[in-house]
Design a protein around this ligand. Structure first.
Ligand code: NDP
Length: 432
């Protein structure tokens, strides 16, 4: 059975509001960044004067060139996912006892993608600035195309599920929204969630960061230090992601959240448009920070990305070695937690209670949010909109921490209670 994460009423409300507000928000954010100087006030007064018709007028049609760019990019990434060599990696055991197997070739795909993109530019075959020039049409095509993709996922979940980690909760809307399959695949090897989340979504983040930089260079004949700091930090973050991609396959997104509208539409549309938005803003706002300030921001951002990586690494190393590792130079303190799978088997997991995981139960979200702040702050404080991603991420991660706590409480029962007594704070040590 598909796990319903929130009550049906919350799911209906969030699904309807995501469906109703996210697509226009993506278009309005792009329009404000690119055509209204990043000013929310200017866009609001435009909408005030022109109403819904104004929104319809600015909504770009998905043009042939937009579809071509998306198709070429998607097909290229799918081919890399299938064809590049990689180590065989096993994911965590699923609730019904399956263990998904992956090919870990994310880092290779990342380098091939960036090298190809820069190569196409360098040799004059394709100008990345074209992507920026057609960004509205691309987002518009992604909005509609991804919705159709999610409908197909829903149908696949019903008629051709890839594994026993699939099922309906009996409610069409919840099935569509939260998804039916945990590990949908095409054939035996093409993992759909690896494609949507990693190779399309996360990869597009790096590709668009580079695109914005090149576009600013094309407009001004040079790249501002603020754009450089933003692009470097985003690339460091995405490089970290692909370096650790096999670890990502153990996280909630892959191991717990099913392939539905929530995760797939989010990765196909929200990540390329919203996550990259501070860079989109900087294209026509070439702020000069000065070398000293630029270096301070760069170092602080890199430090946060490193700490976030180290939190994930610490937890996964602890699990991989069955607790026989060193955490901050000492043997780790832990809770041995037993739980029962849906098949009725009793299993054991270890919960780390020292190191980063002893500070708070989701401390890793603090450096995640701080990194986002540091790649946004080069935009300084003339406009609010570049900070939207940081605010959105804070809300997302606070909700995620609660969802994860609820899930772990029902999985581990008294052992989770014990963990909460030992590690009292949810995210910010001493505060929350
Ligand atoms: P994880 O899935 O990596 O960690 C939570 C899981 O770890 C829990 O479900 C539980 O799973 C296990 N766990 C919990 N506590 C412990 C413990 N003390 N010791 C050992 N295992 C424990 O979290 P996320 O998926 O939320 O985050 C992964 C990364 O992705 C982070 O770096 C995060 O910042 C990033 N992220 C970024 C987002 C973005 O939009 N930018 C969004 C979400 C995440 P189990 O059932 O195995 O016990």
């Amino acid at each position: 059975m598909a796990a319903t994460v929130h009550s049906p009423i919350v799911t209906y409300a969030s699904m309807l509001s995501l469906l109703a507000f996210c697509p226009p928000f993506v278009i309005l954010l792009w329009y404000t960044m690119v055509h209204q100087d990043g000013s929310v006030i200017q866009t609001c007064s435009f909408l005030w004067e022109n109403g819904v018709q104004g929104l319809i007028n600015i909504w770009p049609s998905p043009t042939a060139i937009a579809w071509k760019i998306i198709f070429c990019y998607g097909a290229f990434e799918a081919a890399l996912q299938l064809l590049l060599p990689g180590k065989r990696v096993e994911g965590p055991i699923s609730p019904t006892g399956n263990r998904p197997v992956y090919k870990a070739n994310g880092m290779a795909a990342y380098f091939v993608t960036l090298a190809t993109y820069l190569g196409l530019w360098w040799f004059g075959i394709f100008n990345p600035a074209i992507v920026y020039d057609h960004l509205g049409e691309i987002f518009s095509a992604l909005i509609f195309g991804s919705l159709v993709f999610c409908v197909l996922l829903y149908i696949k979940g019903h008629v051709a599920p890839s594994s026993s980690d699939s099922g309906s909760c009996g409610n069409l809307i919840i099935d569509f929204y939260w998804g039916m399959e945990l590990y949908p695949r095409i054939g035996k090897n093409f993992d759909i969630k690896v494609f949507t989340n990693c190779r399309f979504g996360m990869m597009s983040w790096a590709v668009l960061a580079v695109t914005y930089c090149i576009k600013q260079y094309e407009i001004n004949g040079k790249v501002s230090d603020s754009m450089l700091v933003n692009t470097i930090l985003m690339l460091v973050y995405v490089t970290k992601f692909f370096w650790w991609e096999a670890g990502y396959w153990n996280t909630m997104d892959i191991a717990h959240d099913r392939a539905g509208f929530y995760i797939c539409w989010g990765c196909l549309v929200w990540v390329p448009s919203i996550y990259t938005s501070p860079g989109m803003y900087l294209v026509n706002h070439p702020v000069q920070l000065g070398t000293q300030l630029a270096i301070y921001i760069l170092v602080a951002g890199c430090l946060c990305i490193y700490i976030n990586y180290d939190c994930d690494r610490q937890r996964q190393e602890f699990r991989r070695t069955n607790g026989k590792c060193s955490v901050w130079g000492k043997a780790p303190s832990k809770i041995v937690a037993t739980y029962t799978t849906t098949a009725g088997e009793t299993k054991t997991s270890l919960l780390l209670t020292s190191g980063w995981w002893g500070l708070a139960r989701h401390f890793h979200y603090v450096p995640e949010i701080s990194s986002a702040f540091f790649w946004t702050v080069p935009a300084l404080f003339n406009n609010f909109l570049p900070y939207f991603y940081v605010i959105f991420l804070t809300i997302l991660l606070f909700d995620r921490a609660k969802r994860d706590d609820d899930r772990c409480r029902s999985k581990y029962g008294k052992y989770w209670k014990l963990y909460c007594e030992k590690v009292k704070y949810r995210i910010i040590p001493g505060v929350y």
